[in-house]
Design a protein around this ligand. Structure first.
Ligand SMILES: [Fe+2]
Length: 395
């Protein structure tokens, strides 16, 4: 028997429920332990007040681990950093020119060349695979007049990178990359004065800017062989989980996973870029603030996104490969590796001696596998806050 305690919202069909935690009467099933086979039973648990459950991973499926642990794959690439940057710059420049061509065609009412789009996405997918750090770094540097095009390329790359983290296969990752590349194409129908206006938009200008989601959909629906996902992301990347987004005010489950991914990649790239009206936020500031906007993003996808770019806000609780939990006490600013205080053994289910660890590569025991909710291990937020206070002076 291999038991694992999980919060209710991580339960999936195929898991074997060993026990519901809390009183017998708190859960709506006749049996305490069974293999969860039916979606309707899953829905019943998700609607219930049960906070945590024990699953037996020897009788049913386990929590999905991210396909790829953070951080870098041990580097067998012999290129120098300068050579990697040069290669990434070439990919970015080619992609930027294709996007510019696609946007110009759309502006002039000409047909969009889907073959050119496909080849750019293929290059970005390959570059995420073999040169991701350099690619993501180059994409953060945007000249003012190229912002819209480079933002499109950046969202494409971030989508592919996030797809990899979520364990999505390469073909689907390329579809998501295409969606990222074209998500803002409707901006060609919005006056440039509105798009580039320094300062706050008036109510009318805001309405005009918002039309880009549906205008983009109208443009893309004309393109042959474009996957539906691209139309969906274009139309719905400004929807929010709490229903306050646009254009349709969709809520949580009404928004596809692709559109929820698009929303995160879009905002992250926008806030980490220099714009005429504001300075860029650092990646760490961006992630920290985006996690505070409750109701905006899908929290699980945001957590995967955080792992995909290797940025961890102070106080994030993480599962380390060596079966320990750690709390991040330094997020890895300025290219240094994040540091965590390891404090709990998930195998022994007990607190251990605190140990300061530098987050390692994916083969090492200190690689971060996932973000975890400390409540699932009966660890209070107060305890985490104390650990953070304890750890910080050592950094
Ligand atoms: Fe947009």
């Amino acid at each position: 028997m291999t038991l694992r305690r999980i919060p209710r919202d991580q339960l999936r069909v195929g898991m074997y429920i060993h026990a519901f935690e809390g009183s017998w009467f708190d859960h709506p099933f006749w049996s305490r332990n069974f293999l969860l086979r039916r979606e309707c039973d899953l829905a019943t648990v998700l609607r219930s007040d049960i906070a945590t459950l024990l699953i037996d991973t020897s009788k049913g499926s386990d929590l999905p681990l991210p396909a790829q642990a953070w951080v870098e794959t041990p580097d067998q690439d012999t290129r120098t950093p300068d050579e990697k940057t040069a290669a990434a710059t070439q990919v970015v420049n080619r992609a930027r020119d294709v996007v510019r061509g696609v946007f110009d065609s759309a502006r002039l009412g000409k047909a969009i060349e889907s073959r050119a789009v496909t080849s750019v996405v293929e290059e970005v997918v390959a570059s995420i695979e073999n040169n991701r750090h350099a690619l993501l770094k180059v994409l953060r540097l945007k000249k003012k007049d190229e912002y819209t095009y480079l933002h499109s390329v950046a969202v494409c790359a971030l989508m592919v990178n996030l797809a990899r983290q979520l364990g999505i296969d390469e073909q689907e990752a390329a579809v998501l990359g295409t969606a990222g590349l074209l998500h803002d194409i409707g901006k060609v129908m919005v006056p440039a004065e509105v798009l580039n206006k320094p300062g706050k938009l008036t109510a009318e200008e805001y309405v005009l800017a918002q039309t880009h989601a549906l205008e983009g959909y109208r443009l893309l629906v004309e393109v042959d062989n474009l996957p539906d996902t691209a139309l969906d992301v274009c139309q719905h990347h400004h929807e929010k989980i709490d229903g306050s987004g646009y254009p349709h005010g969709l809520r949580a489950d009404q928004i596809s996973r692709a559109a929820r991914m698009g929303a995160i990649c879009d905002v992250y790239d926008a806030v980490t870029s220099n714009r005429p009206y504001k300075d860029a936020w650092t990646p760490l500031d961006a992630i920290t603030r985006m996690r505070e906007w409750s109701g905006h993003f899908d929290p699980q996808i945001l957590s995967a996104f955080m792992l995909s770019i290797g940025v961890f806000p102070l106080g994030t609780v993480v599962q380390l490969r060596d079966d320990r939990l750690g709390v991040v006490i330094e997020g890895g600013r300025n290219g240094t590796r994040p540091k965590a205080l390891a404090f709990y053994s998930t195998r022994e289910r007990m607190f251990t001696r605190n140990e300061l660890v530098v987050v390692g590569d994916e083969r090492s025991g200190t690689a971060i596998l996932a973000e975890v909710d400390p409540a699932a291990w009966d660890i209070t937020r107060g305890r985490i806050a104390r650990l953070v206070r304890l750890g910080v002076p050592w950094v």
